[in-house]
Design a protein around this ligand. Structure first.
Ligand SMILES: NC(=O)C1=CN([C@@H]2O[C@H](COP(=O)(O)OP(=O)(O)OC[C@H]3O[C@@H](n4cnc5c(N)ncnc54)[C@H](OP(=O)(O)O)[C@@H]3O)[C@@H](O)[C@H]2O)C=CC1
Ligand SMILES: N[C@@H](CC=O)C(=O)O
Length: 404
């Protein structure tokens, strides 16, 4: 018998309980053992839940129960979740989590701690919700030198952008829907300002390139600066605006990772990724480009990935498969200053002024554009420094990279 305790009975935690109950027979068959949910730790009681009898409030009951083999951490955040994770690992229990903040901030230390205590620390659900990406990156693509990862990594912002474009919803109304669907973080600032996507690209970069990349090493811009005017200009040139997380492995071994809205060509499969769906493209030197696609957030899709890790941990109680990467450091990551792109620019400027600064500019039009508004693509690929130099003297409102 394998006993499981869930920490945090919110969107994901309750989904994990539901999947374990609904698919119990199938899961037991896979593991060739009985997986049983023994405890649910939360700050609240859930008297109307079918799992009400499992709810406790004291973590030390789980910590000190030798029958608990696997702890599922779905509390979120990097404080109490970190404390409980460390205590569980030290008590010889494997930990499975969907908590990308914790993995992005402390993954290296927690993976080391797990190894020291002969247990697993697994986090498939921390990136891409229900999409299998951590295990494929670590195992199926292991033969490759990974050169670049690029993806739509946040379901909430992709949902917001889709609803704004397709249904003409306001930003606030679209965000409210995302929250009601259980997609958003407790503090949705993490979604809309790009921090959530930043944490996810850190995890992918650490795993793919072998050294811990920390969120504060990744310049991050969210979607609050994206307006319907930009959406219309993008559409006019056959593109869509998507929030992308990118990580590039440079020839000198350093990692250049960043998060920002991009204009993506309609021919690029990333442009067709709508609603809560995420997609991640990985470029390897043997496989070329491979793309992972699916629901990036939500109760059951995320629980699907968490329970897959529970099954993996249960199947490897005796023979551990360690997952990990090397320590971080200032030398690991560099900002994207040297990455050249064509840029989309919206400015309050006359077209002559723009033409003088950007001789190859491709001008864009949208219905109802106010007098004096000018939007264009730079035509040639420039670094951010070169762009800023050329923009000097222009009243620039916003700039986004165009994905090449
Ligand atoms: N929602 C999603 O689609 C996805 C979420 N994730 C990640 O999964 C994690 C959980 O997310 P989600 O389920 O949405 O979050 P929720 O806020 O829905 O669930 C967290 C639960 O933990 C409870 N909790 C808070 N503090 C404690 C504590 N000290 N002890 C016990 N329980 C506590 C919360 O109670 P209270 O509400 O009273 O604070 C709440 O019931 C996060 O790290 C999130 O980033 C990952 C992928 C997708
Ligand atoms: N808030 C996150 C949840 C999943 O990771 C998102 O919207 O992607």
């Amino acid at each position: 018998m394998v006993n499981v305790a869930i920490l945090g009975f919110g969107v994901v935690g309750s989904g994990v309980a539901e999947v374990l109950a609904t698919n119990g027979e199938h899961i037991d068959h896979k593991v060739e053992d009985l997986i049983r949910l023994k405890y649910i730790l939360d700050v609240k009681d859930f008297p109307d839940s079918p799992f009400a009898d499992k709810v406790i409030h004291d973590f030390s009951i789980i910590e000190n129960d030798p029958e608990v083999n696997i702890v599922v951490e779905t509390i979120g955040g990097a404080r109490v979740a970190r404390e409980f994770t460390e205590r569980a690992l030290k008590a010889g229990k494997s930990v499975v989590t969907s908590n990308k903040e914790l993995v992005a901030e402390h993954g290296y230390d927690l993976l080391k701690l797990a190894e020291e205590h002969g247990v697993s620390y697994l986090f498939e659900a921390s990136v891409g919700g229900g999409i299998p990406i951590i295990r494929p990156l670590n195992q199926c693509l292991a033969a490759n030198e990974i050169t670049e990862i690029c993806g739509i990594l946040n379901g909430t912002t992709n949902y917001i952008l889709t609803r704004m474009i397709r249904a003409g919803l306001s930003f606030a109304a679209a965000l409210k829907e995302a929250q009601e669907n259980g997609y958003a973080e407790q503090d949705p600032t993490a979604d809309i300002e790009g921090h959530d996507a930043c944490r996810k690209i850190c995890i992918l970069a650490s795993l793919a390139f072998g050294r811990h990349v920390y969120p504060d090493q990744v310049p991050t811009q969210g979607i609050t600066g994206v307006t319907l005017a930009d959406v219309a200009y993008a559409e006019s040139c056959g593109k869509k605006i998507k929030l992308l997380g990118r990580a590039i492995h440079r020839p000198d071994g350093r990692v250049c990772a960043f998060v920002a809205p991009h204009l993506v060509d309609l021919e690029d499969p990333l442009s067709g990724v709508e609603d809560v769906f995420n997609a991640i493209t990985v470029r390897g030197n043997a496989i070329g480009d491979v793309m992972f696609y699916g629901r990036g957030a939500g109760k059951l899709p995320t629980a699907s990935a968490v329970v897959a890790d529970v099954i993996d941990a249960a199947k490897h109680m005796k023979t551990k498969k360690y997952l990990g990467w090397g320590p971080g450091g200032a030398e690991v990551a560099v900002p994207p200053a040297g990455v050249e792109s064509v840029w989309y620019v919206r400015a309050n400027a006359a077209s002559d002024q723009v033409r003088a600064a950007f001789p190859g500019a491709v001008f864009l039009a949208r219905p109802g554009a106010p007098e004096g508004e000018c939007a264009f693509l730079t035509g040639t690929a420039l670094t951010r420094g070169m762009l800023d130099q050329a923009l000097c003297g222009l009243d620039c409102v916003c700039v986004f990279r165009v994905l090449d």
